[in-house]
Design a protein around this ligand. Structure first.
Ligand code: ADP
Ligand code: MG
Length: 237
């Protein structure tokens, strides 16, 4: 029942509890191939939990996740990664005691070192951060980490990228640069699925937005639909 030509990712009836706390309740949504799709919602509404379930680092209590029409609900994070899902984290996971270039090359298992270095340098160039290549992870500013995290996720040539709050806590100039990079990546055929609080950006760049509140999808649609939805106004604005 999954239209895999159009929908790269489908989440069907997913529920997740942590003890007595219901983090997600019957969440269904899908992500169009080649789209920029956003998830917004107040703190604690289940956004990161949803990404962890898609990426295979958490198992849902119920429901299923399909990637390219294949059921990946029980697949490991490594399998899901090999199937083309890249991700960045809300809190940076770069290695502080490695340089930026080493951080990128370290994730490129399977490629030769020369290939990995070439690919890493190409990505640093694309993201306009070549100047950071020899900096230690610990030397990077918060905003620089966000860009390096994106570069690192791209090392594995994902077809869909999950970005957890890529715009949070960085200045508007860097936000705009990241917007430009995401749009360029989409031009190259990548599907982008991101969580953020930056309403300005979400409304500007997303084709489709899903709004979570208390673990449920309360609204979805394009920017115009989301802006005018009274349920969203209540929960979010
Ligand atoms: P969001 O990313 O929207 O802020 P989360 O998905 O991180 O929300 O969390 C949703 C709810 O689940 C929150 O109430 C949070 O405290 C809880 N939660 C998330 N992860 C865990 C966990 N590993 N153990 C217990 N509770 C968790
Ligand atoms: Mg979160």
């Amino acid at each position: 029942a999954t239209d895999t030509a159009e929908r790269i990712l489908v989440v069907e009836g997913v529920g997740k509890r942590f003890g007595g706390l219901v983090a997600l309740s019957d969440v269904s949504l899908s992500v169009g191939r080649g789209s920029i799709t956003g998830v917004i919602g107040p703190n604690g509404s289940g956004k990161s939990t949803l990404f962890n379930i898609i990426a295979g680092t958490l198992r849902p209590d119920r429901g299923r996740v399909f990637l390219n029409g294949h059921d990946t609900t029980r697949a490991s994070p490594a399998q899901i990664c090999r199937n083309g899902v890249g991700r960045t984290f809300q809190i940076s996971r770069l290695f502080g005691e490695m340089t930026v270039l080493e951080n990128l090359v370290a994730v490129a298992h399977g490629a030769s070192d020369a290939e990995a270095v070439e690919r890493a340098l190409g990505l640093l160039d694309f993201l306009e951060i070549t100047g950071l290549r020899d900096k230690w992870g610990t030397e990077l500013s918060y905003g620089q980490r966000k860009l390096v995290e994106i570069a690192r996720a791209l090392m594995l040539r994902p077809t869909v990228m999950l970005l957890d709050e890529p715009f949070a806590g960085i200045n508007p100039r860097l936000q705009n640069r990241i917007v430009d990079h995401l749009e360029a990546l989409r031009q190259r055929g990548l599907t982008l699925f991101f969580i953020d609080h930056e309403m300005r950006i979400v409304l500007e760049i997303c084709d489709t937005i899903h709004v979570l509140a208390q673990g449920r999808v309360i609204a979805e649609g394009d920017a115009a639909a989301i802006r005018s939805d009274p349920k969203v106004q209540d929960a979010y604005f």
